[in-house]
Design a protein around this ligand. Structure first.
Ligand code: SF4
Length: 341
């Protein structure tokens, strides 16, 4: 899995009014990339692809640099107070991506070049709530790591929070290109979480993302650089392997053996769930998917916003919760278990 190199790069004209936008334009032009312009915000009409599947694949190879116009941040309950939008979408192609139904049919990767304006707005949000701590989530609309090699936006953001007594930042990633963050003065105010799963599930469903071994290696590195580190075990698929819950207990053992001597970790557990809309979209883009979405272990649950989702039966959820929480406590007695859903 090599670093993200887009097939096409598109700039909003306004992006060139910012130093980062200008230097990116010069860099991509000099490196021989196909560079184009889009006249209008939020409308990128030149991405090829006749079928939904082709359009999706081409969009994931398209990098757009733009200006974040809305500087009102959306709330991000219950995991943080606000979203902190640095990027949208990501070059990964996970079949169960949490953004599957919220991004457009062509989910191109967009990075913002007005980082200073975004951070200055962040400071206002922090000031409004002082002396309470305000927590910002950097991955509500994307995995922000793949474009970091171009923008250095995460490094700027982490450094910014390093100087904010009343602000905290967190993001979650499946990517491992994090060496540029190791020396940033973070002051322990940014938590880097790694989304992990068993290797078979990663290989079958998380196309274009690094292996579990690479993710754990990166987690060890950032933990040794003093960052608070977390693991998001998701999605927990209980009907994909005949050994069921046991494979996730082995995953926790694998984390333990790779993250040796580091105990101050946090854990989040999310069992697999999907809406009927997501299932339709997944089958459209990945017609040969082997993602288990039917079966006796599932039940339909109405959600608070009127639409429902398919989750595991309460008995199976309870058994998985009990087994994985007790395993986590035994292996990582100092760790914090944030939630199991
Ligand atoms: S890495 Fe995250 S944001 Fe990217 S496709 Fe996978 S789930 Fe979606």
């Amino acid at each position: 899995m090599s670093a993200f190199a887009p097939a096409r790069v598109i700039f909003e004209r306004e992006a060139l009014e910012y130093p980062l936008g200008r230097s990116l334009y010069e860099r991509f032009s000099a490196e021989g990339f196909k560079v184009e312009f889009t006249g209008s915000h939020n409308r990128v009409g030149t991405i090829p692809g006749k079928t939904p599947r082709e359009a999706y694949a081409e969009a994931k190879k398209t990098l757009v640099f733009g200006v974040r116009r809305t500087l009102d941040f959306q709330t991000c309950k219950p995991s943080a107070h606000y979203q902190l939008p640095l990027t949208t979408s990501c070059p990964g192609k996970c079949e169960y991506c949490y953004l599957m139904t919220s991004l457009p049919a062509r989910p191109y990767v967009r990075a913002y070049v007005n980082i200073e304006e975004i951070l200055s707005r962040t400071r206002q949000y922090i000031d409004q709530r002082k002396p309470q701590i305000t927590l910002f989530e950097g991955s509500a609309t994307s995995d922000p790591v793949p474009v970091e090699r171009y923008t250095r936006a995460l490094a700027d953001t982490i450094r910014f929070f390093g100087g904010q007594e009343y602000g905290r930042f967190r993001f979650v990633t499946k990517f491992t290109d994090l060496d540029t963050l190791l020396d940033v003065e973070h002051n322990g105010r940014t938590t880097i979480r790694f989304s992990v799963n068993i290797p078979e599930i990663i290989r079958a469903h998380e196309h274009g993302t690094p292996s579990l071994a690479k993710r754990l290696e990166a987690a060890g590195k950032v933990a040794r650089a003093g960052y608070p580190v977390g693991f998001m075990v998701a999605p927990i698929i209980l009907d994909g392997d005949p050994r069921g819950i046991a494979v996730y207990q082995e995953l926790l053992e694998e984390i333990r053996s790779r993250i040796n001597g580091l105990d101050n970790l946090s854990f989040e557990f999310i069992t697999h769930r999907f809406t009927a809309r997501a299932e339709k979209r997944i089958r459209e883009i990945f017609p040969r998917t082997r993602l288990p979405m039917l079966g006796e272990n599932r039940r339909f649950k109405f959600g608070q916003f009127g639409y429902g989702k398919y989750v595991y039966t309460p008995e199976l959820m309870e058994a998985a919760k009990k087994a994985l929480i007790s395993k986590t406590k035994a292996l990582f007695p100092e760790s914090k278990i944030e939630y199991f859903v």
